[in-house]
Design a protein around this ligand. Structure first.
Ligand SMILES: C[N+](C)(C)CCCC[C@H](N)C(=O)O
Ligand SMILES: O=C(O)CCC(=O)C(=O)O
Ligand SMILES: [Fe+2]
Length: 353
């Protein structure tokens, strides 16, 4: 491990530099001499002591330094995950949780969140098929993220909004709200009614597919993580007028450990590519094709028929969804959740997120 002297001065946890009640820094970092060097350094069994030129003393537990060093973080993932294809997911036999237990006990909520964090999808069963109960369920986990579609949305194939979701047509795998600067973190689906045929839901682990790309063609993975693209939503239907633009690469990775944390994939909503120079664009299409080929492999497709009472939570930063075309009357309700608050709940329950 290597530490910079300014870093060591900046992270001083003494009472005058750090408020341990609020967990906030009191030290004004801009007041630290950028050429600062300690006058003396002393080490005992567990602790490293620095005396700075002005006489201030900083002490670090060696354990704390190990935990907080760049070298330590580089080898750790922020969020442990189990990547899956259809067979792996089915073999894992992930249990659904029961609505009543989920509302009543923190243990059930924790079990649910643990599975959700590991697999990027999770189910709650025996939910009364109403909008109010679905809302109550969502609120148990997080804050609902209100968007142009409303707080709780409720939709059928009536084309009340200018989007293919509001028809009976099939929808290929995609993530939602790619046209937001921060795509919605979690999507909740509850099918309240379906009198007809078809309409199965498709789920694909985008991170599993991306991992295949990384193994087979690392330079293509890299390109997909570097090239920024626009996605766009333009709507002029009835009273609804919207124009949303979101910019970002298809694969988003943390630079220090190369961990993938967000996939933005929606071929319907991808805007005109005008952010990519001529000599890169063709290579980008090749890389996009490789990823699409992985995403479309039948063995990666998990198909489920959503039924009243069974609520599906999808990590919209990881798992793609789609649907089969359908006939008859089909009513879906749900909402988006704010990702920060889902992760907050998970951390408060002792989970790593
Ligand atoms: C119906 N519901 C509100 C869930 C989603 C509508 C959003 C559809 C859009 N094409 C997208 O993929 O973001
Ligand atoms: O109708 C469905 O099952 C899903 C449609 C969809 O992709 C969406 O609402 O985001
Ligand atoms: Fe969607």
């Amino acid at each position: 491990m290597r530490f910079d002297y300014v870093w060591l001065r900046d992270h001083c946890r003494s009472a005058s530099c750090y408020n341990s009640k609020t967990h906030q820094r009191s030290l004004d970092t801009a007041s630290v001499d950028l050429c600062i060097k300690p006058k003396t350094i002393r080490l005992d069994e567990t602790t490293l002591f620095f005396t700075w030129p002005d006489g201030h003393v900083t002490r670090y537990d060696l354990d704390w330094l190990v935990k907080n060093s760049y070298e330590g973080q580089k080898q750790k993932v922020i969020q442990p995950r189990i990547l899956w294809n259809a067979k792996l997911y089915q073999q894992a036999q992930v249990p659904s949780v029961d609505f009543q237990n989920f509302l009543k006990t923190n243990d059930e909520l924790k079990k649910f969140l643990q599975n959700f964090l590991l697999y990027g999808i999770a189910f709650v069963e025996n939910v009364p098929p109403t909008r109010e109960h679905t809302e109550k369920l969502a609120e148990r986990i997080s804050l609902i993220r209100e968007t142009i579609y409303g707080r709780m949305w409720y939709f059928t194939s009536d084309f009340s909004r200018g989007d293919t979701a509001y028809t009976k047509l099939a929808l290929d795998r995609h993530t939602d709200t790619t046209y937001f600067q921060e795509p919605c973190g979690i999507q909740v689906f509850h099918c309240l009614k379906h009198e007809g045929t078809g309409g199965k839901t498709l789920l694909v682990d985008g991170f599993y597919a991306a991992q295949q790309v990384l193994q087979k063609a690392p330079e293509e993975f890299e390109l997909l993580s570097k090239v920024p693209l626009k996605h766009e939503y333009i709507e002029n239907v009835g009273e609804c007028h919207n124009h949303m633009i979101g910019v970002g690469p298809v694969l988003n990775i943390y630079p220090w450990n190369k961990e993938l944390y967000l996939i933005r994939y929606n071929n319907y909503d991808r805007a005109v590519i005008n952010t990519v120079p001529y000599d890169v664009v063709h290579r980008w299409y090749i890389a996009h094709r490789t990823l699409t080929t992985e995403l479309r492999k039948p063995e990666n497709e998990l198909w489920v028929k959503l039924k009243p009472g069974k609520v599906l939570f999808i990590d919209n930063w990881r798992v793609l969804h789609g649907r089969e075309s359908f006939t008859g009357y089909r009513q879906l309700c749900g909402c988006y959740l704010t990702r920060d608050d889902v992760l907050n709940t998970a951390r408060l329950l002792g989970l790593r997120a």
